[in-house]
Design a protein around this ligand. Structure first.
Ligand SMILES: Nc1nc2c(c(=O)[nH]1)N[C@H]1C(S)=C(S)[C@@H](COP(=O)(O)O)O[C@H]1N2
Ligand SMILES: [Mo]
Length: 412
């Protein structure tokens, strides 16, 4: 796994993960805003409250008496590909692997909500997990519209790939929202609240929003001009002239490959494993006609005729990346011996960094950023709001260090 953060846990699937239809749990990406809670089944209960006719409390055994449903679905983080945007923005720098395809089993959310009944005026359903916010960061609570909650494909899953959920993936119960980005797939669910007003917590009103229209790259956009990330986009990725392609509810119908930088496109062969919300493997047998330098592109199309953009449309938080992937291949009989690894950063860390920054999380989330001085200043201020203690006279030193060592990427 590519470790983006050890604590909280943020792990990216390696590229070989695109070679199997079902992603094994030990290769499945993990995205957790807070530390993984240690949920003990004997203490765990699910409560269903709010605008319901009868508030209910369930144990897992009681839930398991409802009809069991199973489905295979892609789970992709809205931030998958954030690390590919220019200009770069603050956030975990996911490249390709914040996505996986698993077999989920559990009960329909619809069946649970039916048992509790509804009061008139219900519009959405909010989910709260057992994880506790780090510092003063807001709790991870998310809502989905009632219509999506009543979709028979929306499930409360207690199993992933035939096993009880792993603690990192939400043991004992998580929400599965096929076709929607991962931020709606609340883990460690303990409370479900039926609401007659829109939930306005941080992770709905500030985070996980994208502009309703394309915006000037690098600009700040008022959250009021943005809308929550919901549906996934059509997307395909290449790993060894084979890979995986996925979409939202509409199935992938074709994957095309260009080995000449987009001049001509040829169909790839789609794998036989398929399910409505799953990804589709593809392969493209190809023998390079000559030793040369090739630019290989891959794009998918779904049943609605949607395909992928050549360039990503930038947005402030780096969500929904689905641009056509481009891989440069140097085909040669005499490959150079492995490129030297970049020298490890021997930056001397100012004491202020240890004291102010490394108490809640490790260095990894910091050193993967490529931000301007102004962006670093805003990032340090965000951390202060979330509880970081920064001595006023040392703030400058800290921001200088961050901007000097983790500044913007050189233009390619
Ligand atoms: N309670 C809780 N649920 C959560 C999160 C979280 O931090 N806390 N992260 C969400 C995000 S942003 C994603 S992409 C998915 C990731 O699920 P995974 O870790 O099982 O891959 O879980 C979602 N559910
Ligand atoms: Mo996510």
């Amino acid at each position: 796994m590519r470790v983006l953060s050890t604590r909280p846990e943020d792990f990216e699937m390696p590229m070989e993960g695109f070679g199997t239809w079902i992603t094994p749990v030990d290769k499945f990406f993990v995205r957790s805003h807070h530390y993984t809670p240690d949920v003990k089944l004997r203490d765990w209960k699910l409560s269903v409250v709010g605008k319901v006719a009868t508030p209910l409390v369930w144990t897992l055994d009681e839930l398991k008496k409802l009809p069991r449903v199973e489905l295979v679905s892609v789970l992709e983080c809205a931030g998958n590909g954030r690390g590919l945007y220019t200009p770069s923005m603050a956030g975990l720098q996911w490249k390709y692997g914040a996505v996986g395809n698993a077999r989920w089993a559990g009960v329909r959310l619809l069946d649970v909500l039916r048992k509790a009944g509804r009061q008139p005026g219900a519009v959405e359903v909010m989910f709260d997990g057992a994880d506790v916010a780090i510092g003063a960061q807001p709790e991870f609570q998310r809502s989905i519209p009632l219509k999506k909650a009543l979709d028979p494909n929306t499930i409360l899953a207690y199993e992933m790939n035939g096993e009880p959920l792993d603690p990192s993936h939400g043991f004992p119960l998580r929400l599965v929202v096929p076709g929607w980005a991962g931020d709606s797939w609340v883990k460690w669910v303990m409370k479900i609240e039926v609401r007659d007003t829109e939930f306005d917590g941080f992770f709905m009103k500030t985070a996980y929003r994208i502009p309703t229209r394309p915006v000037l790259p690098g600009s700040a956009v008022d959250p009021a001009q943005m809308t929550p990330v919901t549906s996934l986009s059509i997307k395909s990725l290449l790993a060894k002239l084979s890979g995986a392609a996925w979409s939202h509810a509409a199935p992938v119908v074709a994957v095309e490959v260009s080995t000449d930088a987009g001049r001509t496109w040829k169909p790839a062969t789609l794998g036989s494993d398929r399910a409505p919300f799953a990804w589709r493997l593809w392969e493209f047998p190809w023998t390079p006609p000559a030793d040369a330098y090739y630019t290989v592109l891959v794009r998918a199309r779904n049943a609605l005729g949607e395909t992928q953009p050549l360039q990503p449309e930038w947005n402030p938080s780096g969500y929904s990346h689905n641009a056509v992937q481009s891989v440069r291949l140097h085909v040669t009989a005499n490959p150079p011996s492995g490129a030297p690894l970049p020298a490890p950063s021997n930056a001397v860390r100012p004491a202020a960094l240890e004291q102010s920054c490394l108490t809640c999380h490790s260095m990894e989330p910091i050193e993967q950023q490529r931000l301007t001085r102004a962006q670093w200043e805003r990032e340090v201020e965000k951390m202060q709001r979330w509880g970081a203690k920064v001595r006023p006279e040392l703030k400058e030193v800290l921001v200088d260090f961050l901007a000097n060592h983790y500044g913007v990427r050189p233009v390619r």
